[in-house]
Design a protein around this ligand. Structure first.
Ligand code: PXP
Length: 249
């Protein structure tokens, strides 16, 4: 059964829009409470909680990761760039999983997969440091055989395939089918190499079922669509609706 990882970064984005400079002020009600969102997501069926600690701390901050680590009962997946400052937080917190992503300060969200081939040494060192602590490391890559083979060569046990191009192709059926085929081939290549395959980025209530028809994934990591749906129906219902779509496959 495909698992659901709920990315709660956007709940922290909302919080930072108002309370960025007073997170330590105990007199103020700081909302939304990121941990509460995580606990409700778990109650509704999330198999893991993802939080991205960005270099600029624009949404999640160090204390959120520590608080999630202490209090959630499923798995904590920490998204992070191969950056020494964030790596030292990860080595301290020891999440269950770490997902290595590229980071570009100007981007609104993670825009493309990590190009392992162009960042081989830095990525390999990060995989090694985290693995030595028992963290299961995944690398967020475009669905390309050469990136999967590079992930294998540096000892990453998991890859997360970037589904953004598939999500963006929704209005163009031939393109969408090409993107699904790319994802199917990539997931097969990873499996041949003994690598666990997850996917994420831009997955929503409309595009999740065709994705699961095209390829098998261990886990889908979904953030934006669930948090948006939660604004209308609440986080528990938003998560359970997504879980039902995944389980229907
Ligand atoms: N997986 C990774 C590695 C990501 O960087 C993101 C975006 O933060 C997601 C999954 C979730 O993408 P979305 O918010 O579009 O569901």
């Amino acid at each position: 059964m495909t698992k659901l990882g709920v990315n709660i970064d956007h709940s922290a984005t909302l919080r930072q829009a108002r309370y960025r400079d007073c997170l330590d002020n105990r007199q103020i009600i700081i909302e939304p409470d990121v941990l509460q969102i995580a606990l409700l997501a778990e109650k509704a069926g999330a198999d893991s909680i993802t939080a991205h600690l960005r270099e600029d701390r624009r949404h999640m901050v160090d204390a959120d990761l520590a608080n999630l680590r202490r209090n959630i009962s499923t798995k904590l997946n920490m998204e992070m760039a191969c950056n020494p400052d964030v790596l030292s937080v990860a080595l301290d917190i020891v999440p269950d999983y770490a997902c290595l992503v590229p980071e570009n300060r100007a981007e609104v969200t993670t825009e493309g997969g990590l190009d392992i081939l162009s960042n081989m040494q830095k990525t390999a060192k990060t995989v090694e440091a985290l693995s030595q602590k028992g963290v299961v490391v995944s690398i967020f890559i475009d669905p390309e055989a050469k990136q999967i083979e590079a992930a294998k060569s540096i000892g990453a046990p998991v890859v997360e395939l970037h589904t953004g191009a598939y999500a963006n192709s929704w209005g163009d059926l031939p393109k969408r089918q090409r993107e699904l085929e790319r994802l199917r081939r990539a997931s097969e290549r990873a499996r041949e190499l003994g690598i666990t395959v997850n996917s994420g980025h831009g997955i929503n209530y409309q595009n999740v079922s065709p994705l699961l028809e095209a390829a098998a994934f261990n886990e889908l990591n979904i953030g934006h669509s669930i948090i948006c749906r939660a604004l209308v129906v609440g986080i528990e219902k938003a998560v359970s609706e997504m879980k039902a779509l995944i389980n229907a496959r």
